[in-house]
Design a protein around this ligand. Structure first.
Ligand code: PHE
Length: 344
């Protein structure tokens, strides 16, 4: 027998013994490294090929390769044997059926959904209908009919995702004012919650997808006082019995007069000071509102001389942040069970 064959046969003897003795996968791995690893014994033998006369090298290479195949097959076989052994040992253990089970995670209503449900419930109790609308809108519903003609600068303010020249992901729920008035003669009283989209960079206060709830009431003799009364009632329901609502003059093309709506900060109860939630102002902004613009009523063939109405649009994430004292709007979409359980 050649020198190489002798060496291999001696090596296999030790390899067989080591594999047979290995009690677990880790030891088996150590055996593999010692024999077949990068600086293992077989590799050293392979390096020796270089010293042989050129004519003998190919045969020597083949002999080593053949041996390696056999060793690897043995390792695989041993691995399988160990794995089955473990399984059998597990099966043999006694199963204690009286041991307490791991409680499954219970699902809960998402905080945004809860705010949405509560707002809808409040308005339904006051005779409003809840209606849902499409998230993809033609620009007519989103802009033109809302008194925002093609070249109006307010279009830019909505930072919309356009799908085609005339279709966009709605940046607010106000198109539902139009859809409602198109389908119904006054009086109309609806709230319409739903998803909205804007090209906003994501941070602690912004997501590119968020929720709004729109409200619309048009009938004879509706005035700003009705708006204030309904919104005050809504805030008391959501945040507690002492809530106040205030209106700051603002501008929306589809309402006149228009306002930004604030409610007393439910964390500091309007005291301000060093309150982190309201930044010390004592007020939290809810969204926009106003009296429906006569141009919008006329576009809907409503008699602007005979009926009047108000509308509002509030961000639901905003309301949820305040209601549940959440520090970052992104938590609402991260789907963290810990977070959701806490608010459940
Ligand atoms: N649609 C407005 C916005 O998203 C809010 C709004 C709704 C204002 C209804 C007035 C009336 O900013």
């Amino acid at each position: 027998m050649s020198e190489l064959a002798n060496q291999l046969s001696e090596l296999r003897g030790r390899f067989d013994a080591a594999v047979a003795d290995a009690p677990d996968a880790d030891t088996l791995e150590a055996v593999r490294v010692a024999f077949l690893g990068r600086s293992g014994e077989v590799t050293l033998l392979r390096r020796g090929i270089g010293q042989l006369p050129a004519a003998q090298r190919p045969a020597a290479g083949k002999t080593i390769n053949a041996a390696v195949e056999v060793l690897e097959a043995q390792l695989l076989e041993a691995e399988r044997r160990l794995a089955t052994g473990n399984f059998d040992a597990e099966l043999a253990k006694r199963i204690d059926v009286t041991f307490p089970a791991i409680a499954p995670l219970r699902g809960s209503i998402h905080p945004i959904r809860r705010v949405m449900d509560d707002i809808c419930a409040y308005f339904e109790r006051h005779g409003f209908a809840v209606v849902l609308g499409p998230e993809i809108e033609p620009d007519y519903y989103n802009f033109d009919a809302l008194n925002i003609p093609p070249d109006h600068p307010a279009r830019d303010g909505f930072d919309s995702f356009f799908l085609t020249d005339h279709l966009l992901l709605r940046p607010h729920t106000s198109p539902m004012q139009i859809r409602t008035m198109q389908q119904h003669k006054p009086p109309v009283a609806v709230v319409t919650p739903g998803k909205c989209y804007r090209r906003d960079a994501v941070d602690a206060r912004h997501l590119y997808q968020f929720h709004q709830c729109e409200g619309l009431l048009v009938a004879q003799g509706i005035h700003f006082g009705h708006l204030k009364g309904m919104l005050t009632g809504m805030c008391r329901e959501l945040f507690g019995p002492d809530q106040q609502v205030r209106f700051r003059p603002s501008y929306f093309p589809f309402t006149e007069p228009s306002a930004e709506v604030d409610t007393t900060c439910p964390v500091c109860h309007g005291l301000g000071g060093t309150c982190r939630m309201c930044g010390g102002s004592g007020w939290i902004e809810l969204g926009g509102a106003g009296m429906v613009h006569p141009n919008v009523l006329s576009e809907m063939k409503y008699d602007a001389g005979a009926v009047s109405g108000w509308a509002f649009g509030f961000g639901l994430e905003r309301l949820a942040i305040v209601r549940y004292d959440v520090d970052d709007i992104r938590r609402f979409v991260e789907n963290e069970p810990d977070f959701l359980q806490q608010l459940a």
